[in-house]
Design a binder for this molecule. Structure first.
Ligand SMILES: NC(=O)C1=CN([C@@H]2O[C@H](COP(=O)(O)OP(=O)(O)OC[C@H]3O[C@@H](n4cnc5c(N)ncnc54)[C@H](O)[C@@H]3O)[C@@H](O)[C@H]2O)C=CC1
Ligand SMILES: O=C([O-])CC(=O)C(=O)O
Length: 316
């Protein structure tokens, strides 16, 4: 099996994905594609030096054209604008949908068998766009968000507790927006339920901070958004595919009847292996969680309906 990975968008997130993979020596060849070719070239050279320093066998190269993406097992797409303070992720819809269409149209020509991992925002709508434009089967187009949102929730639980770092398992489903659905019921510290460790008020605070964590970081950085945790979370998905680990991660996946929804992308637990999103896992939700999930699907559907009306109408 090829373990070549291409990353389209050699900006902040794309660089961390590539760097994480190169340091692990997971992919033999990592290709950086960016419309700013010099940015890709400079970063690829720098990362190849770092790989050499740690005696990793990964080679990072900048693409001269999409021809260099040919033969990739995984193509990560981080091309697109990040938001700035005061913006929502949804504000990026039209600009990034244009970029996604352009990128996926070119990727599918040279890597028709690749698995696409979408990172660009608004994440769920961009994953849907990539799926429709590529025409790839649903298991081969996955969005990255849930690993990041769950990691953020785990960190905020740690901040409340002051102990348990590394032992906290948090769970977030739903879309990657203000309507994401943190699930305290499925969150534990070394197997101990969160409700045995924190008060309801503290849990509610963790939930709210998790939902706004992206915006909190945008507020500090001012010129763009988070990239270390997003990049690492994406690399974790690439690793699961390359190693065929068949582990469960929260990811944005195409729902085809699961959870009672069809023709929409939303964040759910997914078993990831060499074929991508090999299985969507259906978690039992209580009526309140179901309602939050419904709202989250609705928020993504609003964007998808806008795109389907015009922008994606030829992609069916
Ligand atoms: N899913 C998630 O959880 C997260 C998503 N994001 C999203 O990821 C995207 C990238 O974020 P950053 O890396 O911080 O932005 P960035 O601005 O640092 O990098 C974006 C890169 O895309 C390139 N690009 C733009 N159009 C292109 C095209 N048509 N072809 C090839 N390259 C192109 C740019 O030249 C730039 O290097 C944003 O949309 C951001 O909102 C960021 C963090 C988390
Ligand atoms: O907040 C943003 O715009 C970037 C992102 O999706 C995140 O960090 O969760």
């Amino acid at each position: 099996m090829s373990n070549k990975v291409s990353i389209v968008g050699a900006g902040n997130v794309g660089s961390i994905v590539a760097y994480s993979l190169a340091m692990q020596g997971l992919a033999h060849e990592i290709i950086l594609v960016d419309r700013d070719t010099d940015r890709a070239k400079g970063k690829a050279l720098d990362m190849s030096h770092a790989a050499s320093a740690v005696r990793s066998h990964s080679i990072v190269r900048a693409a001269e054209s999409y021809e260099d993406v040919r033969g990739s097992k995984v193509v990560v797409i981080t091309a697109g604008f990040p938001r700035k303070p005061g913006m929502t992720r949804e504000d990026l819809l039209f600009k990034n949908a244009e970029i996604m269409k352009d990128v996926v149209t070119q990727v599918k020509e040279v890597a028709p068998d690749a698995i696409l991992i979408v990172v660009s925002n608004p994440l769920d709508a961009m994953t849907y766009t990539a799926l429709k434009v590529s025409g790839f089967p649903k298991n081969r187009v996955i969005g990255m968000a849930g690993i990041l949102d769950s990691a953020r929730m785990a960190y905020f639980i740690y901040e409340k507790l002051g102990y348990g770092a590394g032992q906290i398992r948090a769970s977030v489903i739903g879309g990657h927006g203000d309507f994401m659905v943190p699930l305290p019921k499925y969150s534990t510290v070394a197997g101990v339920p969160l409700s045995d460790l924190l008060s309801q008020k503290e849990i509610d605070e963790v939930v709210e901070r998790t939902k706004k964590a992206g915006a909190e970081i945008v507020g500090y950085l001012k010129t763009g958004s988070a990239y270390f945790a997003p990049g690492k979370s994406t690399a974790i998905m690439v690793e699961a595919i390359l190693k065929d680990s068949k582990q469960i991660f929260p990811c944005a996946a195409y729902l085809d009847g699961e959870y009672g929804y069809k023709d929409i992308v939303n964040g759910v637990p997914v078993m990831i292996g060499k074929d991508g999103a090999e299985k969507v896992i259906e978690v039992t939700l209580d009526p309140c969680e179901k309602e939050l999930f419904r709202k989250s699907v609705g928020a993504v559907k609003e964007m998808v309906d806008i795109l389907n009306k015009d922008f994606l109408k030829e992609e069916k």
